[in-house]
Design a protein around this ligand. Structure first.
Ligand code: PLP
Length: 382
């Protein structure tokens, strides 16, 4: 009695979340599990942001809020992106912005191209919106950069291309030439480009290029943004999309039918964080940069584990194919033996098989200790 649409949503991440669930169960049994498997900060949202939210609620901003977003917040987001206020629509998190962007652009059965490895929820979000994911590769040996022959092939009958740079899980950033080639293909095949930029403050090498800023791309690009990673606000559920005005109007209709907007006190906290929280964002970015550098140092020359240093985002991808184990099998044995939870690469598609994604979400010393245990474990399997 459940709709075909929902039944068509495949199991999230080919069983990869089984590791996460197993880790949670061990925790419930009182076992101290080191969690390197999810993309959430180990710290709570900085106090000034929480204060601002609480003050806004006490002041009375607890009724229905503006559906596209309150003017000061939309303006802050628009300024950040060099867009105009009419192009901005505030959403409950980047994840819902992705869903709304897809709902506004595809009809049932339409194809949406994604690059493998992909963020684990992409295929299910596409399915939930009625679409069909089609895959182009971004292989480890190509530094997880897009395979343009694949892209050209899958885009010919796709409606949308969904990309993510800086990339979760791979840490790849697409340089300007790559973004230009992606843009050219979108124009050639007349497809929408959804550009997931939730890690745009986490750039360790190179520069972040938003394809919306490239010639002729603003009218076919939907940028997805979020407060989650930049300002330690994952639980606030505050994101946005930036798109042509006619698409923003379409999303407005959808929001009336679904969320009816984001809570006003959350919006006020986000506007404050964007306008006055630069120090918070800078500190957050610096923390992940330091941990990324520590991870690179710790993993250099390790036996059985190879890493290409991430150019961005808050993860490292480790190639453990030398151990002969799959990502799933390695992650399971690491959890069983050392109570360390990481994400198997298989959760992010085929291209990342035999890899692990490790989140940089532990205090520095604990992170280094966990990485050493992981490399020792890999060496013991050789
Ligand atoms: N996109 C990517 C690539 C992500 O990694 C995440 C969260 O981890 C999201 C989107 C969704 O972020 P949120 O819904 O917290 O804004």
């Amino acid at each position: 009695k459940i709709s075909n649409r929902i039944r068509s949503i495949p199991e999230v991440g080919n069983n990869a979340w089984a590791i996460f669930e197993k880790a949670q169960k061990l925790r419930e049994q009182g076992i101290d599990v080191t969690m390197l498997s999810i993309g959430d900060h180990e710290t709570i949202t900085p106090e000034p942001i929480i204060d601002h939210m609480a003050q806004a609620a006490r002041r009375g901003n607890t009724g229905y809020a503006s559906i596209p977003g309150m003017a000061p917040l939309r303006a802050a987001i628009a300024d950040r992106a060099g867009a105009s206020v009419e192009n901005v629509f505030v959403t409950p998190g980047g994840q819902f912005a992705l869903f709304e962007a897809l709902m506004a652009t595809i009809d049932p059965g339409d194809k949406v191209a994604i690059l493998d490895p992909y963020y684990a929820t992409y295929p299910i979000t596409i399915r939930a919106a009625g679409g069909q994911p089609v895959i182009a590769r971004a292989l480890p040996d190509a530094g997880f950069q897009p395979d343009f022959d694949d892209l050209d092939r899958v885009l010919h009958d796709a409606k949308v291309l969904l990309i993510n740079s800086p990339n979760n899980p791979t840490g790849a950033i697409y340089p300007r030439e790559t973004m230009e080639r992606i843009a050219a293909l979108c124009i050639k095949h007349d497809v929408w480009l959804i550009s997931d930029e939730v890690y745009d403050t986490q750039v360790w090498e190179g520069e972040h290029i938003s394809p919306r800023t490239l010639p002729d791309m603003a009218q076919r690009t939907i940028v997805i943004g979020s407060m989650s990673k930049s300002h330690v606000m994952t639980g606030f559920r505050l994101g946005w999309l930036i798109a042509p005005e006619f698409l923003v109007s379409a999303v407005f209709e959808l929001a009336i039918a679904t969320t009816y907007g984001v809570p006003g006190f959350i919006q006020e906290a986000a506007a404050f964080a964007l306008r006055e929280g630069d120090a918070i964002a800078e500190e957050t970015t610096a923390r992940y940069r330091r941990r990324r550098d520590l991870a690179v140092q710790t993993l250099q020359g390790a036996n059985g584990v190879r890493m290409s240093a991430p150019q961005g985002a808050m993860y490292v991808m480790l190639d453990i194919r030398a151990t002969g184990l799959s990502g799933n099998a390695f992650a399971e044995s690491l959890l069983d033996t050392h109570h360390i939870a990481v994400m198997p690469g298989e959760g992010f598609g085929q291209a990342a098989a035999g890899h692990l994604r490790v989140s940089l979400t532990l205090p520095d010393e604990d992170l280094v200790r966990a990485l050493r245990t992981l490399t020792d474990h890999a060496a013991s399997l050789l």
